[in-house]
Design a protein around this ligand. Structure first.
Ligand code: NDP
Length: 498
């Protein structure tokens, strides 16, 4: 295996990874070669696991769970491993960011920032491992005492997407580990490298073998098999609504495994005339362009007060034109490449639909030719009506659709006019308007005069068809536990049989 020879240079040959089961690196016999979307050059080779490899991984996770070598530790001991992992991640930050930028196409500086966030997740979860507790009832009368225990749910399957391969992984793994569970991860085949690197980090941090296992391969084969596995107690899935729906069917048809689902979004950003328009335009440009808009919480529907709409769209279009789209390995790049060819085609298809359905193009509008790789200019459509595809569907690209409103009620109705409910943002100097919109718009994450801010303390998850359950914060640990009610009788029993 070669490693990077020089920071920010392409690797000389693709780096080959094994898959990781029961503390060992293994080979599947067949590999998938991943090309960097920013350069079109092969960068990694990833094992194509078989269903038997998956069975071995689940069996290892089961043994590690039942053996009690992890769940049986104190919260402080589990937290100690997570803190050591955080420290190792700090030392290996640049290496992880490098492979993330290569496989995903995101800017290297952004990738480093994401690893910093991941370190914070490990540190937060280390504390949470110690704080996790149940409840007690001293109110059941003199003779009965009640305890509510929180127990780890068991073996967790984790399927992660390609848009934030390491960040989404680390918004879940340390919390799953804090709860005492063991797990089998299936990353997206196109972005598996950093999930595999985490195996190394956790082993070095002292995680017992079999607790963290990684199988690689395509979603349709190995991912689907994980959703159907009868020895997996819970599945956490992040990705498309369509696959989320198939996870629900698979859970029902196998063993009723518990599900955590973080799915699509079509998130509104509501801008009132009294807001700081410069700030709001900066927020809107960031909200749609960050991570090339391949972001479940990206704000893809601009809902702007009519009296300032022309001025605001012009301001926003000028800002979007100044975004530095370019090579992911360039330190000054703000927006990198589109991660997959399929996603590139999907986004360009939506831009074409926007044009043919009669929306007015104000910024961007097509691919950017940077010599190699696949790039799309941040794009703004004005005059979008609720029936258009660009108004309703999750595009998952840097394409913003603009709507106008006159009253707060209209703004709320437009914001709620979607099957999704993942996130929303509102910009105003008026506290009444800010809180009215916050209360009435149905979304799991809300930002007032900011966008995509947060930390591992705050729970994340969706309303409506954006998913089930929450990740992050104490709720994010509790999700991976189940509750046992224990009733203890005190003193002599009052006999039922006279
Ligand atoms: P998918 O839902 O297909 O991919 C997400 C993850 O699920 C990947 O790890 C994938 O593996 C895996 N997967 C794919 N098919 C199955 C299956 N049948 N059973 C179990 N796991 C499976 O998303 P796409 O990559 O097709 O992207 C399509 C759209 O989904 C995007 O345009 C976007 O709208 C949305 N999306 C939303 C995300 C979010 O964060 N909410 C993240 C990614 C996509 P593999 O990649 O190896 O096939």
């Amino acid at each position: 295996m070669n490693t990077m020879s020089r920071a920010n240079a392409l690797p000389e040959t693709p780096r080959e990874f094994g898959f990781f089961v029961d503390g060992e690196w293994r080979e599947a016999g067949e590999v998938y070669e991943r090309a960097s979307p920013g350069h079109g050059v092969a960068v990694t080779r990833i094992q194509k696991c078989s269903p038997a490899d998956l069975d071995a991984a689940v069996a290892a996770a089961r043994r590690a769970f039942e053996g009690g070598g992890w769940a049986g530790l104190s919260g402080a001991e589990r937290g100690g491993v997570l803190l050591r992992a955080a420290q190792i991640l700090r030392e290996r930050r640049d290496e992880i960011a490098y492979w993330e930028a290569l496989e995903n196409g995101k800017p290297i500086a952004q990738a480093r920032g994401e690893v910093e966030h991941c370190i914070a997740c490990f540190e937060m979860a280390a504390g949470a491992a110690r704080l996790l507790h149940g409840d007690s009832f001293n109110s059941l009368g003199d003779k009965l005492f009640g305890m509510v225990l929180r127990e780890p749910i068991g073996v967790v399957g984790l399927i992660t997407p390609w848009n934030f391969p390491f960040l989404i992984l680390c918004e879940r793994v340390p919390f799953i580990l804090a709860s005492g569970c063991t797990l089998v991860v299936k990353p997206s085949e196109v972005t598996s490298a950093t999930t595999l690197l985490l195996a190394d980090v956790l082993a070095e941090a002292g995680l017992p073998r079999g607790v963290y296992n990684v199988v690689t391969g395509s979603g349709r084969t190995i991912g689907q098999a994980l959703t159907e596995h009868t020895d997996v107690d819970m599945l956490s899935f992040t990705g498309s609504t369509a696959v989320g729906r198939s996870c629900v069917h698979a859970a029902a048809d196998s063993n009723f495994k518990k599900l955590g689902l973080e799915l699509g979004g079509k998130n509104p950003i509501v801008v009132f005339a009294d807001s700081d328009l410069e700030d709001a335009a900066d927020g809107a440009a960031f909200g749609i362009s960050f991570n090339t808009g391949q972001c479940c919480v990206s704000s893809s529907r601009l809902i702007v007060e009519r009296s300032v709409a022309d001025e605001f769209e012009a301001l926003l279009a000028a800002k979007m034109a100044r975004i530095r789209v370019g090579d992911p390995l360039d330190e000054t790049t703000q927006v990198g490449a589109i991660t997959t060819e399929a996603q590139n085609a999907t986004i360009l298809g939506f831009i074409e639909k926007g044009r043919t359905e009669g929306a007015r193009l104000v910024a961007g509008g097509g691919p950017l030719d940077l010599g190699r790789g696949q790039y799309i200019a941040p794009t703004l459509f004005s005059g979008v009506t609720p029936d258009m595809a660009i108004a309703r569907d999750e595009i998952f690209g840097p394409v913003l659709s603009s709507f106008r409103f006159d009253t707060v009620e209209e703004a709320v109705a437009l914001a709620n006019d979607t099957v999704y409910g993942l996130a929303a943002s509102v910009w105003t100097r008026d506290i009444d308007k800010a809180l009215t919109v916050t209360r009435k718009v149905r979304a799991g994450r809300f930002w007032v005069n900011t966008i995509m801010a947060g930390g591992p303390e705050m729970p994340m998850g969706g309303f409506k068809q954006s998913g089930w359950g929450r990740e992050g914060g104490m709720l994010g640990v509790e999700e991976y536990t189940q509750v046992k009610s224990v009733h203890v009788e005190l003193g002599k029993r009052t006999h039922w049989i006279a």
